[in-house]
Design a protein around this ligand. Structure first.
Ligand code: CDP
Ligand code: CDP
Length: 194
């Protein structure tokens, strides 16, 4: 039986950093599910058709990390048919041997409710904005407004809203260095049997 780790949380909380480090540590596959929604949001035309025909080359576009791509992703992510089109691929990925780490918004609640370990990663709005602004070389105030708008939309939508699963461990990285956050996540995963 593969071991599945579900990592959810708001924008720029450190999900991806922790997910990549866990995958490396345990030799698991890693899927950044936000990239799927970013790729759908970046495609022209009907987002539902875009989600149904998503291909590996769509995920390789180099403009997907921008704040604009994040906004477009969060708009298409509220469309039920878009989410439905992406479920099977994510669930199949989650069954990768010997294990998989998926990070997103609804992994612990919808995609992998039976995951062996669920983390819900947070950090204060200001700290998340500072980290993302540094990463993108962008203005902090503009990024703060963008993250807040996106988090509000992601938490308020009817289908698969962003929220911690009842059995998720809450992981606030506001005061943690990357090294500390990663070390604690590895300890949680060992405890869960990884
Ligand atoms: O995947 P998510 O959008 O949640 O966040 P990320 O891309 O892992 O992290 C956002 C930024 O914060 C990256 O530049 C990380 O290097 C940085 N970060 C940090 O400074 N301290 C942490 N404890 C975690 C991430
Ligand atoms: O890296 P960051 O946390 O800023 O964003 P992301 O993980 O790349 O996700 C971009 C957007 O995709 C989010 O704001 C959500 O609207 C959407 N998303 C989602 O709805 N469900 C997921 N499992 C992952 C992302």
């Amino acid at each position: 039986m593969p071991f599945t780790i579900a990592i959810d949380g708001p924008a720029a909380s450190g999900k991806g950093t922790i997910a990549r480090a866990l995958a490396r540590q345990f030799g698991f596959a890693h899927l950044d599910t936000g990239l799927l929604y970013r790729a759908v949001g970046a495609k022209r035309g009907d987002p539902v058709a875009a989600a149904r025909s998503l291909a590996p080359e769509d995920l390789a576009r180099d403009d997907l990390r921008s704040a604009e791509a994040g906004q477009a992703a969060s708009r298409v992510a509220a469309i039920p048919e878009v989410r439905a089109a992406l479920v099977e691929f994510q669930r199949r990925f989650a069954r990768s041997e010997p294990g998989a780490v998926l990070d997103g918004r609804d992994i612990g609640t919808v995609i992998c409710p039976g995951a062996e370990l669920k983390l819900y990663v947070t950090a204060s709005d200001e700290i998340r904005a500072r980290r993302r602004a540094l990463e993108l070389g962008a203005d902090e105030a503009r990024i703060l407004a963008e993250l807040r708008e996106r988090d509000a939309r992601d938490a308020a939508r009817d289908v698969a809203p962003m929220r911690p699963a009842a059995d998720a461990l809450l992981f606030d990285t506001s005061e943690m260095s990357i090294e500390e956050a990663v070390a604690r996540a590895i300890a949680c995963a060992r405890e869960a049997g990884a």
